[in-house]
Design a protein around this ligand. Structure first.
Ligand code: FES
Length: 104
């Protein structure tokens, strides 16, 4: 069963920047790009870096440690040394709040 969880105010997000929010014992990174919000796991799949602190270009975020890149829409690794994807999360915006779908 899946549940939508309120994690942030839409007003907390700024274009081409990431923020970290807690979700079910982990950290998720939210990115707003062209007015749309995307969510991925915050921890890089290559090491102990936080993707919310990465540089956003187009729909990609660059890891601040070794410059691996991920597509924030899918979590796919798009540039080494990162090769494994990070999890992406369904997002919906309602009433100025950001909700993530938590599913097993
Ligand atoms: Fe992210 Fe190495 S820790 S690319």
């Amino acid at each position: 069963m899946s549940t939508w969880i309120d994690v942030a105010a839409e007003a907390d997000l700024f274009d081409d920047c990431g923020i970290a929010v807690p979700l079910a014992g982990r950290e998720v990174a939210l990115f707003r790009i062209d007015g749309q919000v995307w969510a991925t796991d915050n921890q890089c799949s290559h090491g102990d870096a936080r993707l919310c602190e990465g540089f956003v270009e187009g729909h990609e975020v660059e890891c601040p440690f070794h410059q691996g890149r991920f597509d924030v829409r899918t979590g796919a690794a798009t540039c080494g040394p990162a090769t494994e994807p990070v999890r992406s999360w369904p997002v919906k915006i309602e009433g100025g709040r950001v909700f993530l779908q938590d599913a097993p």
